[in-house]
Each structure stands twice: as structure tokens, then as C-alpha cells.
Write a protein that binds this ligand. Structure first.
Ligand SMILES: *Cc1c(COP(=O)(O)O)cnc(C)c1O
Length: 354
């Protein structure tokens, strides 16, 4: 199963698993017993250590704390009906981490090494993978600059860490989104396509301002004209205009979501019309006026699909059809969740056994 077996393994002598109520796990606050740490130095990654999950000790001068060379991924391991543990298209996340790394002047990780270390870590903490429906083991790989130096330049040393969190289902009521026309999440030539930590810091203030106006999430638009739709919060966005499914085409301001790509492939396989193209906020309002704004949803690994209840700005807000009437979002959410759980045939060969 595991190909690179040279990982140093230090197992915990006191597992915390009995302290966890597996029927009631908040998202992202409970951490499994072990974590993986790989160190990059002199141009190469070490063989990696799996050790008890614990606090990091680092210098206040660590470069990541000052200039933000930090990238991450979000993945899930799920227990299938057959009791085996599966990853979903992990190669997409691994390739994306490496693209983020290049953009942030950080070192890449060989794909096979990443995958093998991840599987080894999950295998050691396999009892932490929840069995309950809708539950999963959320995986958080990330990389940070670790030079102790406060000059602005790429660090020479890095840490690549993976820790995991057993997590309950991500329930969300349909959300109200605010069309942002002042702030931007990403600009052309910037880092929007990378899962770079700083992007998320920059997105917090706009959401903090939109909240009291009654909006749950931001609908990001392009930074030049604030006219073209990019993403919703930290999710990719889809619209259904009449019978046609549309989503913004990828550019360097849009995070290329694995869920986005997967949904497009599933929809096309069913013969549905899917367009990846620029979408303006005017087009959304026009579609609503014509009565053809049938569905809108955000998608990502954590939540899979979240229906949008309303879309608005400071002048007007339009309501979308009630969730029960939406055929596309509900149907594909179920299909995707079923494939991930082994309840539906994995005809695209997306699952990778741990
Ligand atoms: C992670 C992320 C997504 C969703 O990506 P998935 O691979 O589907 O989880 C979308 N937008 C942003 C900004 C993200 O950070």
C-alpha cells in the first residue's frame, strides 16, 4: 500500500480518541492523534516524520509570520460502505498545492511522496475516520516558510505538515450573497488561483462589513470593473439560467476547485449543457427578471454544495426559487456524495483507497 516507507514514525503513547464524541464533532476543532512533518533544507525534502499531534515551536523571526509564505489544501478521507477508507481525486489537490507553491516561490513536493505520506498518516489514525453518514476525516496539508530571518526574500527552509480532523456534516441553510464592488479577493496577476493563506485574510473584512447588512457570503467580482463574477466566499459558483448551467471560466483570479471540475465532468457526462465563460452581475439580474434564474450554488470540498437563497447589492436583492424546486444542485450533491461514500458506482475512477 505505502510505497515510500522510510517515514520516521513516533507513535503517541496516549491516544485521545476516547475523549471524542463521534456523534457530535464540530468542524475543524478536533485533531487526530498524529501529524506528518517534512522539512525542506538545502534544496531537498527530508523523509518526513509522523509524530504525535502537538504544538509547533518556532522562532518569532520565522519568515511565514512576517511575509506570509504559506499555502494549504483541504481534502477529505471517507469511509466507504465496504469499510475501506477512500480519498477523492487526491492528485488534483497535490497538483494544485504544487501550483500554489510555485506562485509563492516555495518548493514543490513530488506527487507520489505527498500521496504516500498522506496515506501513511491516515492509516496510522484510521480509527479517527468517522463511520457515520455525512461525517469524514478532513485533511489539512499545508506548507510554511521557516527561515529565521526578517529580510524579504524567499525562505530557504520550509515545513510541510499534514494534520487531520474528524468532522461532522457541514450543515448550512441557503445563504444570502452580497455582490462586492468595492473590495477584491483577487486581481489579475495576483495569487487568487493559489490556495495561499493571505488570500483568506484579505477576504475577512469585506465579509465583516456585509454581515450586518444581512448577507452571509460575498460574491466576488473582478477587481477592474466589478462586473464579472468570480467566486462566492471560498467556494466556486454555478448558475442555472433556464436549462443551461454556467460557471465562470478559470483565470488567475479563480481558485480551480476540485468540486467545480468534478461537477462539470458529471454534468457533461449526463449530456447537460455546461458553459465556462464570463458571467456579469447584470446577466444575473436579467435572468431573474426573465424568470430563468433557476438555481445558483457555491461548491467546495467542505460543504460540497451550498444553495444560494438570494443575491443582492446595496440597491436590490433578488430571491432564488425555493430549494425544494431546484433540480440541479440537489441532484448533483447527492450523486457526488454517493460516489464518495461508495453508494454509487465510481464510474470515473475517482476514488483512491488509502
Ligand atoms: C478551496 C477553495 C475552493 C474550492 O476548492 P475545492 O477543491 O472544490 O475544495 C474554491 N474557492 C476558493 C477560494 C478556495 O479556497
Amino acid at each position: 500500500m505505502v510505497l515510500t516507507t522510510n517515514t520516521k514514525v513516533i507513535k503517541t503513547d496516549k491516544s485521545r480518541i476516547s475523549e471524542v464524541d463521534f456523534d457530535n464533532i464540530p468542524f475543524g476543532r478536533v485533531f487526530s492523534d498524529h501529524m506528518l512533518i517534512m522539512e525542506y533544507k538545502d534544496g531537498a525534502w527530508d523523509q518526513g516524520t509522523i509524530r504525535p499531534f502537538e504544538k509547533l515551536r518556532m522562532s518569532p523571526a520565522s519568515m511565514v509570520l512576517h511575509y506570509g509564505q504559506a499555502i494549504f489544501e483541504g481534502m477529505k478521507a471517507e469511509k466507504g460502505q465496504d469499510g475501506e477508507i477512500y480519498l477523492f481525486r487526491p492528485e488534483l489537490n497535490i497538483q494544485r498545492l504544487n501550483k500554489s507553491a510555485v506562485r509563492m516561490a516555495m518548493p514543490e513536493i513530488p506527487e507520489q511522496v505527498f500521496l504516500d505520506k498522506l496515506r501513511e498518516l491516515i492509516a496510522i489514525d484510521k480509527d479517527w475516520v468517522p463511520t457515520k453518514e455525512g461525517y469524514s476525516l478532513y485533511l489539512r496539508p499545508f506548507m510554511i516558510a521557516s527561515d529565521e530571518f526578517i529580510g524579504v526574500k524567499p525562505s530557504q527552509t520550509y515545513k510541510f505538515i499534514i494534520f487531520t480532523c474528524p468532522s461532522g456534516p457541514y450543515y448550512s441553510k441557503p445563504v444570502n450573497v452580497y455582490i462586492e464592488t468595492k473590495y477584491s479577493r483577487a486581481a489579475a496577476g495576483g495569487t487568487g488561483f493559489a490556495k495561499a493563506a493571505g488570500n483568506y485574510a484579505a477576504s475577512l473584512r469585506p465579509a465583516q462589513i456585509a454581515g450586518p447588512k444581512g448577507f452571509d457570503q460575498i460574491l466576488w467580482t473582478d477587481s477592474v470593473e466589478h462586473k464579472y463574477v468570480q467566486e462566492i466566499g471560498t467556494m466556486n459558483v454555478f448558475f442555472v439560467f433556464g436549462e443551461t448551467i454556467v460557471t465562470p471560466e478559470l483565470n488567475d483570479c479563480i481558485l480551480p476547485g476540485t468540486t467545480r471540475q468534478t461537477l462539470i465532468e458529471m454534468m457533461k457526462a449526463e449530456g447537460l449543457k455546461v458553459e465556462e465563460r464570463p458571467i456579469t452581475t447584470d446577466e444575473i439580474f436579467e435572468a431573474h427578471e426573465k424568470g430563468i434564474l433557476n438555481d445558483c450554488f457555491g461548491c467546495g470540498t467542505a460543504a460540497v454544495i451550498i444553495p444560494i437563497a438570494s443575491i443582492g447589492n446595496d440597491e436590490k436583492t433578488v430571491q432564488l426559487p425555493p430549494v425544494e424546486k431546484r433540480t440541479i444542485s440537489a441532484k448533483f450533491k447527492k450523486q457526488l456524495v454517493d460516489i464518495k461514500r461508495g453508494l454509487a458506482e465510481d464510474k470515473f475512477n475517482w476514488l483512491v483507497k488509502v
